[in-house]
Each structure stands twice: as C-alpha cells, then as structure tokens.
Design a protein around this ligand. Structure first.
Ligand code: FAD
Length: 471
C-alpha cells in the first residue's frame, strides 16, 4: 500500500524537514547499493537522530500499516536494506545515530548507537588499547546496527566468533514503537529467554536495533602473517589442523584463495604475487601472540609433511598489508572478468575439499567453461564460491542463469548439510529458498515469532521469510 500524504507528513514531522528526504535525487544513495543489483523506489527516507524518534516513527507506521525498511551502512549483499521498486516502503536510515556512548576498558565493553561505522568502533577500541575484532572488507562503510542485523562474520571469526558472539546487550525499538532497553554489560545472565539473540541476524524483520553493548578484547602484542602455497584444499585443511595444534590455538585468520582469484586480483587490482611462483591454491594465515618463531617452525613442519610447497612470512607491516590486500581485492577484481554468480556457503571444515570438488564437477556439467573463483574463510568452513562467466560468453545470457546456477550449487551444499548463506543473510535475494532449506517446524516457529513481534508486518516485509509479502 502506498502511504498517504497525511501519513508521510506525520512521519516527516518526527525528524523535521531537514532529515526527511522526499526529493528523488537526494534519496538516490539510499535507493541503490554499490553493485547496482538492487535499486528501489520510496516516497520518503527518514533519518532519525535518536531512539525516541525511531520509536515515534514506528508507532505511526504500525498504526497506518506503513512498511519500514531499516538501513544502516547499505553494504548488505542480499537486498534487505533496499526498498522494493513499488514505491510503498519508507526507508529508515540509522546514519545519524552514530555516537559512541561509552568505552570501558575495565569491563572490556563499548556501547554505541546503531549507526556507528564499524571502522570507528575499531578505532575507539584501539584508542584505549583494546581490540574490537569484527573485521570485514566493507568496514569503512558498514555500521554496527547492520552488522548485528546480519550477524556479520568476516576475517576473525575463527578466533572471536560472529557478531552475535561479540554482543552483550541491545536496545531495540519494536514494531509498535515500544523500546526495549537491553543494554546490559553482563557476561552471565540466565534469566529467561535470550531476546537479544532473536534480533541479531533477523535482518530488520523483528525490530530496529538502535544501540548495542559490544565486547572488547586485549590487543594482540604481536602477529605473524604468512602467505602460503598449497597443492589442494585438502592440504589447506590439514595445514589448519597442524597450525592450530602447533601454535597452541593462536590462529586468528585462515583464508583460502584459489589461484584464479589471485590472478584476477593481479590482473585488475594491481596486486603483486606474494610468492615466487604460482600454485593451485594459497592460504593466508595469521597467528596472534605466537611464541617467537612459531610460524617459521610450523611451516617447516608442514613442508616436511608435504602440505606446503612455498611460503612467505610478512617481515613488516607493509608486507602484511600487501598480503591482506591480495585477499581483500578479490571481490572487486571479478567485475572486469564479466558476469559473476556468487554463493556464500558453509559446510563443516573437514568437508570443504569434497564440497569444492563436487560443486566444480556439477557446475562444469551445467555450464562448461565456468571459471571458479573460490576463496574465503576456510577456518570457518565458509567459502565464497563465485563463478565467473566462461570466456567469450555474453554477460547477460550468463547472468540469466543465476537462479539455475544457484540450484546446482545449493544441491551440493544440501548434500553436505551445509548453509546456503553463511554470513550475508537471506534478505530479498534468498527468501524464496527458505521453504526448501528449513523444515516445516522451523519455518512455523519463525513465522510465529514474526507474528508475535510484528503482527502488522510493517518491518522489512518480504525479507527473510517467504509469504510475508509487502502489505
Ligand atoms: C566489499 C564487501 C565485503 C563484505 N564482506 C563481508 C564479510 O566478510 N562478512 C560478512 O558477513 N559480510 C560481508 N559483507 C556484507 C555486509 O558488509 C554485511 O552484511 C554488513 O554487516 C552489513 O552492514 P550494513 O550496515 O551495511 O547493513 P545494511 O546493508 O544497511 O543492512 C543489512 C540488513 O540489516 C537490516 N538492518 C540494517 N540496520 C538495521 C538496524 N539498525 N536494525 C534492524 N535491521 C537493520 C537491513 O534492513 C538489511 O536487511 C561485505 C560487503 C561488501 C560490500
């Protein structure tokens, strides 16, 4: 339903004319994401400055049955933060709610509004000699409310967990405008149902997160980072096991990179090969606070066992940064190679080699010449299984295969009891797949929760759950 002008005026009055955007040119940045895959249309973008304004907006939206799309940093990859093209949904941006409310190095906590940019949180932690370990390539733009709502993963999950594991408390505005202040700083609190965890990863369908208490950690005093050549994903899995054992569980990052992914980064993003010669696969591994010389010792042992053919250990901060940029520039360097059909999947760590072999085989049969740009967080069993179009194929014709290619890959994922969305969420992109991947009882519980928290279906309708179409 398109909101009436009277409703739009009431909503705009809450934030004031300066922060209620209805001019299409001015709202453009809120209507599309960086890849231009999702482009929406909306009568209004609201930019509240505090929780009370969010509360008043939702009370009006609930009364008038106006659909609200929460948006934080707009880096989400599943379209959940972008209004549909129907012009029926109002966007609520958290970008003005960007205050850090408290940093407490004694309790090891940081309390921040939902619109704080992830990098600013990391910097605020650093300023008191602490670490906020969530780290993603989008950290200069994504905001903590979005990170919580997608339960973002990233580079250090192997050591510190997902965003869920980093959160102690939340403040949430419910669909009817009521405010839940759950900004607790407790490490232990077994007093009933864990409401906090319901909102984390809910992608804005159950409530709007307005603030959070997050965990801080001691900063590692030293790191050792290595770029390592391996013959196969199985060698990488065996290396991970050896590294964990020999380092005393000091592995804080363990990324797998296919040679083609590195080649793309070299060809299109100015990356220099970190090693003297190419290998079929690479691992980028990092140890925090290792015993002196630990990385060299364990790489020597790995070479003796035939797991590693070559490796370089970063000798300086700039060399470490160069290793990491080789990894981080993979995503954008796929673009000049034409169409890329992406999958963000997870299987048990030990099953990654078999998954990759079976998925490559199935995809090659479906579309001969497909090019596999596989990389990702092997330490978490999470692979970005991206497929670049065959050389010479028409890009549009390739991208038309998106859904059918997904079917092929997800069939293999299901065989391994894996996840079709390890860290990016469901959003609009994969909502139609929920009935295939969730049992009827699981779906029923999710629907009942949605009904309990948002009976009028005003919060991000149609995202995550199938059958919750826009009102
Ligand atoms: C280059 C690049 C690299 C990336 N790497 C990773 C990675 O390694 N790991 C990873 O997990 N993700 C990654 N992402 C995806 C993305 O950055 C994450 O999903 C991030 O957590 C989204 O945060 P955001 O602030 O941009 O959220 P948005 O895009 O604004 O929103 C994401 C979802 O959360 C909802 N939402 C936003 N704010 C709120 C709120 N305050 N309350 C309730 N709901 C809300 C939105 O409606 C939407 O459904 C990457 C993206 C890019 C572009």
């Amino acid at each position: 339903m398109i909101p009436s002008q009277a409703t739009l005026d009431r909503l705009a009055a809450v934030v004031g004319a300066a922060h209620a955007i209805s001019d299409p040119a001015a709202m453009d940045g809120y209507m599309r994401e960086w890849r231009q895959i999702w482009v929406g249309r909306s009568p209004l973008v609201l930019r509240p400055s505090n929780t009370d304004e969010v509360s008043r907006i939702l009370a009006i939206a609930n009364e008038t049955r106006t659909a609200i799309v929460p948006q934080s940093g707009n880096t989400g990859l599943c379209g959940g933060q972008i209004a549909t093209d129907q012009g029926t949904e109002v966007v609520l941006s958290l970008d003005r709610m960007n205050r850090i409310l408290n940093v407490d190095p004694a309790d090891n906590t940081i309390t921040a509004e939902a619109g704080v940019i992830l990098k600013s949180l990391q910097d605020a932690a650093d300023a008191v000699d602490r670490l906020f370990p969530l780290s993603l390539a989008s950290e200069g733009s994504c905001r903590i409310g979005g990170n919580l709502s997608t339960n973002a993963g990233g580079l250090n999950v192997i050591a510190y967990g997902n965003t869920r594991d980093l959160c102690l408390g939340l403040e949430v505005v419910l669909a009817d405008g009521r405010v839940w202040n759950g900004l607790r700083r407790l490490r232990k609190d077994n007093t009933g149902y864990d409401l906090r965890d319901l909102f984390i990863g809910a992608e804005g369908t159950l409530g709007i997160i307005t603030a959070a208490v997050l965990k801080l950690f001691p900063k590692p005093r030293s790191r050792e980072t290595a770029f390592i050549a391996v013959a196969s994903p199985q060698a990488a899995v065996d290396l991970l096991s050896l590294m964990k054992d020999m380092s005393g569980n000091r592995v804080v990052a363990f990324e797998l990179i296919a040679d083609l992914a590195l080649q793309f980064a070299m060809r299109h993003a100015g990356v220099r090969h970190p090693l003297a010669a190419a290998a079929p696969w690479y691992v980028l591994a990092e140890l925090a606070d290792p015993a002196p010389g630990a990385m060299a010792g364990l790489l020597e042992a790995a070479m003796e066992q035939g797991l590693v053919s070559d490796a370089a250990i970063a000798q300086s901060d700039s060399q470490r940064a160069a290793f990491w940029s080789a990894r981080e520039l993979i995503s954008e360097s796929q673009k000049p190679e034409g169409g890329s059909i992406k999958h963000d999947v997870a299987v048990p760590v030990s099953q990654v080699p078999r998954f990759l072999a079976e998925a490559d085989d199935s995809v090659s049969r479906f579309l001969p010449g497909s090019r596999f740009v596989s990389f990702g967080h092997l330490g978490d069993g999470n692979i970005h299984y991206n497929i670049s179009q065959p050389i010479g194929m028409d890009k549009a014709a390739f991208l038309e295969l998106w859904d059918r290619m997904n079917d092929v890959v997800f069939d293999v994922v299901q065989r391994f009891s894996g996840s079709i969305s390890a860290e990016h969420g469901i959003g609009r992109l994969k909502a139609h797949r929920m009935t295939a991947i969730k049992s009827p009882v699981e779906l029923a519980m999710m629907r009942e929760l949605k009904r309990a928290f948002d009976p009028n279906n005003i919060l991000n309708p149609g995202r995550v759950l199938p059958g919750t179409a826009p009102l």
